[in-house]
Write a protein that binds this ligand. Sequence first.
Ligand code: GDP
Ligand code: MG
Length: 372
Amino acid sequence: TEGMNAQDLAKILHRSAAEIVKKLFMLGVMVNQNQSLDKDTIEILAADYGIEAKEKVQEDIADLDKFFDDEQKNQEHMVPRPPVVTVMGHVDHGKTTLLDKIRHSHVTAHEAGGITQAIGAYQVRYNDQLITFLDTPGHAAFSEMRARGANITDITVLVVAADDGVMPQTIEAINHAKAAKTPIIVAVNKIDKPGANPDHVTEQLTEYGLVPEDWGGDTIFVKISAKFDKNIDELLDMILLQAEMMELKANPEQRAAGSVVEARLDQGRGPVATLLVQQGTMHVGDPIVVGNTFGRVRTMNNENGRKIKKATPSTPVEITGLNDVPQAGDRFVVFEDEKTARAAGEERAKRAQEEERARTSHVTLDNLFDTM
Ligand code: GDP
Ligand code: MG
């Protein structure tokens, strides 16, 4: 048994599970019927159903604790998953060079020879472990994604050029990482350059609370040259070390859920979305709701444009089959059946439209007051 989910709540509240799921959507919580809910969500939902329902849920609070205990015992369903890493830093400090170098030197074996990256995320195998890299989505996109509640990065690699030092976008990146509460690994890049001064960079970064271990802090610093492939494996070692400390886990047994990395409209294929699977396993054919869109996973490709049938946690995939183009940072959830997925998707689209209308009419009112 999982923790308390929409189905359990449905029984307590004498409603249908579909209604509970729908209601949760209205409250901005995107789950499928089997996904366990946290205490806050359950309380909000109870409040939404009014006192009568609230009492019924309260009766069950004791049981709730039991459910949460059960979930603790359920850790056996949770298995380690690869870390998801975002590379950030000031323009021209070497992010793309680093990502390319990592990708080309640690391609998953069976892909060797055929690497044309199709999507903005990829996985590498290093020391028999997988690491997922997200192509730096640009800081603005990153903060917008976070604003929409997407927390897709486990670790931020901050690239700082040793000949240039801390620059405005370096500080921005630090702030983003701090806001997202992801640990930062500093990659001091371009150490091959004549004007490189890694110690100066380190000194500058201490002002932002990034202090290396040999200076008494706890931030991992690696001096690299992305261009000349120096210490890149050491950086990967440090990423795996950091990931190990974080004990990243997910349950591959449940239906898939995760976030949109990017999405676009393709002339021939229709809406195309790059998704990061964060929980569960996704399969071709799955009914799915993605943000305010819905559909069925028609095709699923890996980052090399190859067709795959299933995707486990931390895997980036590109899918088609949606009725519309979702937004980066949107959450997605796989549903049991297409009918519920459609109902949920349509409900969400309707709500988004209403919100938009309310927002624009509000602006109009404001304007009206301004002119009075
Ligand atoms: P991005 O804007 O952060 O993605 O930076 P790029 O990866 O595009 O790199 C900007 C420039 O710096 C390019 O001309 C790279 O060849 C160069 N570059 C990147 N890494 C290194 C390095 O380790 N050493 C040297 N000398 N140049 C580098
Ligand atoms: Mg770049």
